[in-house]
Design a protein around this ligand. Structure first.
Ligand code: SAH
Length: 212
């Protein structure tokens, strides 16, 4: 998601108490931040944060952290929290590449990827968030029983993701190529911003849930 550069967004993010400013210093101690022992779930590339905000409001016994690289996008999520704060939701402005510097082994109970950038050129395949290279990073922070959930309307990216998970030795708990017509998986589905936009255009939504 690219928004026009919003003036002052970097400063506003740097001042916001909803944004964890020195995430590396939290490594191994994320539960202290929330002052409870509840599981921590993260969305990588959360955009404006609608999905995570809805989840956090519905599940007060789970802690959520949204990761987004652009301040101008993250600002929207911060503004939403200023209107109605949730104690179990925090944000980090960072690149997903740095994940293992910020979270310790087993510290994350679930990872969500929603409508990740497709990086269509072959030479950029390693930048795709469901690539084997990223699965290694997720493996390093995810709890043993943890799950990774990925949704996209981009069939090429999804086919790539399915190949990569097999290559990396992960296993599929559930997979669908048409989430909104899948009786089991559509129950309780929370739509993301992109999901609303692309499904309204008639695109089927693919989803997997994987583990290792
Ligand atoms: N998840 C949201 C937004 C999807 S767009 C939704 O489904 O509506 C993808 C988002 O991921 C963009 O906001 C982009 O800035 C962010 N992003 C892409 N690559 C990233 C990376 N390597 N690290 C952090 N954020 C990333």
């Amino acid at each position: 998601m690219r928004l026009r550069n919003v003036t002052g967004s970097r400063e506003k993010i740097a001042e916001s108490r909803f944004v964890v400013q020195e995430p590396r210093e939290r490594k191994g101690r994320w539960k202290e931040l929330f002052q409870n022992d509840n599981p921590v779930r993260i969305e990588i590339g959360m955009g404006k944060g609608k999905f995570l905000y809805t989840l956090a409001a519905a599940n007060p016994d789970i802690n959520y952290i949204g990761i987004e690289k652009y301040s101008s996008v993250l600002l929207r999520a911060v503004q939403k929290m200023e209107e109605a704060e949730l104690p179990n939701l925090k944000f980090i402005r960072m690149e997903a590449e740095e994940l293992t510097e910020v979270f310790d082994r087993g510290e994350v109970e679930r990872i969500y990827l929603n409508f990740s950038d497709p990086w269509p050129k072959d030479r950029h395949a390693g930048r795709r968030l469901p690539s084997a290279r990223f699965l290694e990073r997720y493996d390093a922070v995810l709890a043993p029983e943890g799950r990774l959930e990925f949704k996209t309307d981009n069939r090429q990216l999804f086919d790539f993701a399915v190949e990569e998970l097999e290559k990396a030795g992960w296993k599929t708990e559930a997979v669908t190529y048409d989430l909104h017509h899948d009786d089991a998986l559509r129950a309780g589905n929370i739509m993301t911003e992109y999901e609303e936009r692309f499904s309204a255009m008639g695109n089927p939504i693919c989803k997997y849930i994987i583990y290792r």
